[in-house]
Design a protein around this ligand. Structure first.
Ligand code: XMP
Length: 516
């Protein structure tokens, strides 16, 4: 892999993503990793990330100078660039030329890194110190007003560095420049394609599971579907998928799992029909947290029951189920400090609460992938677009989109309204702009309306379309009025209990994406 050495800025993950966009596998590694650990990963190149420190401050994260003697290509970015300059014998100083934000980079014509990009281009900067002199043997290839040495390179040593941040979108040619480092300076070939990833992961799962048996919970979401499809391809019928239908899904989602997923993968599927139980347990409850608790508890109960059935069934044939498949993604792995990949199930929060005597090894085939890669692998495995491109949907489902008590009738009418909104947003070609669009039923609110010759006293439906990168923050999506009009007209005509459609124009913060 290309190892992105994380010097404590928020950019390391983003750099890793960008390297993968150049179709080269990359991983983030903390700067505290020893040179032995780094060597053990057999890196194709190192990228030293930015970081908050000054190379001269006492607590500046150190960089082992031997790193530069391994014969491995290196690219330094921002702090990583300065640390590299310092380690290789260049001069870094604080001369007051600090730059924060957009600035103009002027490139020298003969550099390999910037070749093919404009001589003058905007770049994103964030630095106090600046490199004054490049290390011996390195050529200066660009400058900015505050950084006379804004980039250097040595083709002979296969090393280069830039003061600015090529990974952020405010540096419009950044991806091209990073890619040039990988292809032209480090001499790497693009091999990280969906087909190769899928093949490699299938092989890896096969090795991990051996002759064992595995089970996987399907939620209807992208991650669990792709994880299951990979494991199915690796071990076939020795995987059993469990789908708990809690009756809180949207229109068509049960069919997507039971028909489309099974048709595409040939997976063995056990469906637990738990709708009645969930509705019974939820009756009379309108507090959001209480709803979540009940749903979490009942979900585990149903899942556990299904596992026990599968185990019993298979154990009768002398088999043992040792593996539980999870759709954990790379951002979760990086954020939790990286884990070993096998853990006792009871400590795992996603399915915590299973009985202690059920011990599984976790199979997490997606733990090195970003979401867009998961989708690409899903397509590669032949999963239909409805599953692969599905927008995020909360585990507690429509229950937290009914403000008030959850009942079968309310679920049915919300399902109708939600389907109309989804259909019209898709028809209008807005799916790419929208991260997700909760459709919320204000079941405890009624308002007066008029329809035909009569007065109505119905419920409002709220549309909550949001745009977001990661659901941590979000903005409300500016849906064209004409599209809103169609959705509103259709919902009030086709769902008799609804006589008003309103639009939520709150960003997050202060509003959350969901209403509960
Ligand atoms: P909020 O409402 O907190 O939502 O802005 C952020 C993202 O998380 C989803 N969400 C959940 N997902 N279980 C889940 O699996 C939950 O209980 C849950 N609550 C919110 C929400 O849809 C959005 O994508």
């Amino acid at each position: 892999p290309v190892l992105v050495v994380d010097f404590g800025a928020q950019y390391a993950q983003l750099i890793a993503r960008r390297v993968r966009e150049a179709r080269i596998f990359s991983e983030v590694i903390p700067h505290t990793a020893s040179i032995e650990e780094i060597k053990a990963k057999n890196p194709a190149a190192l990228v030293l990330s930015g970081g908050p420190a000054s190379v001269y401050s006492e607590d500046a994260p150190g960089i082992d100078h031997d790193l530069f003697d391994l014969g491995i290509p290196v690219m330094g970015i921002c702090y990583g660039y300065q640390a590299m300059a310092d380690a290789l014998g260049g001069v870094v100083a604080n001369t007051g030329g600090r730059e924060f934000g957009r600035t103009t980079l002027t490139t020298a014509g003969d550099g390999v890194l910037h070749s093919g990009t404009p001589e003058q281009q905007p770049v994103w900067m964030s630095h106090n110190d600046a490199v004054q002199e490049p290390p011996p043997g390195f050529t200066v290839t660009a400058s900015t007003p505050g950084a006379p040495v804004a980039a250097f390179e040595s083709l002979e040593r296969r090393m280069a560095g830039v003061q600015y941040h090529p990974e952020v979108m405010h540096t419009p040619h950044g991806q091209q420049i990073l890619t040039r480092f990988l292809y032209e300076v480090a001499d790497l070939a693009p091999t990280w394609t969906a087909a190769n990833i899928a093949d490699a992961l299938v092989e890896q799962v096969r090795t991990q599971i051996g002759d064992g048996l595995a089970i996987c919970g399907l939620s209807g979401g992208v991650d669990s579907a792709v994880a299951a499809a990979l494991v199915q391809r690796a071990i076939g019928d020795r995987l059993t998928c469990v789908f708990v239908d809690h009756g809180l899904l949207r229109a068509g989602e049960r069919e997507q799992v039971q028909q489309d997923f099974v048709a595409a993968t040939g997976a063995r599927l056990v469906t637990v029909d738990a709708e009645e139980t969930f509705l019974r347990e939820l009756s009379g409850v309108s507090d959001p947290e209480a709803k979540r608790k009940i749903i979490g508890r009942e979900f585990i109960r149903s899942f556990e029951g299904a596992i026990t059935d599968v185990l019993g069934d298979r154990a009768a044939h002398g088999d043992k189920v040792d593996f539980l498949v999870q759709g954990t993604l790379y951002p979760d792995v990086v954020e939790s400090g990286g884990g070993s990949g096998t853990a006792n199930i009871k400590s795992h929060h996603n399915v915590g609460g299973l009985p202690e005597d059920l011990e599984f090894s976790l199979v997490e085939p997606l733990r090195l992938l970003f979401k867009d890669e998961v989708r690409a692998v899903g397509r590669e495995l032949g999963l239909p677009e409805e599953i692969v491109a599905r927008q995020p949907f909360p585990g507690p489902g429509l229950a937290i989109r009914i403000v008030g008590e959850v009942t079968g009738e309310r679920l049915a009418l919300l399902r109708k309204a939600d389907l109309i909104a989804r259909e019209e947003l898709t028809t209008a070609g807005l799916d790419n702009q929208i991260w997700q669009c909760p459709v919320v039923l204000l079941a405890d609110v009624r308002s007066v309306g008029v329809q035909g010759d009569g007065r109505t006293y119905g419920h409002p439906i709220v549309l909550r379309p949001v745009s977001s990168e990661d659901a941590m923050t979000a903005d409300w999506t500016r849906i064209p009025y004409e599209v809103l009009e169609i959705i509103s007209t259709r919902i009030t005509n086709e769902v008799p209990e609804v006589n008003r459609v309103v639009l939520d124009v709150t960003s997050k913060p202060p509003g959350t994406i969901e209403w509960e």
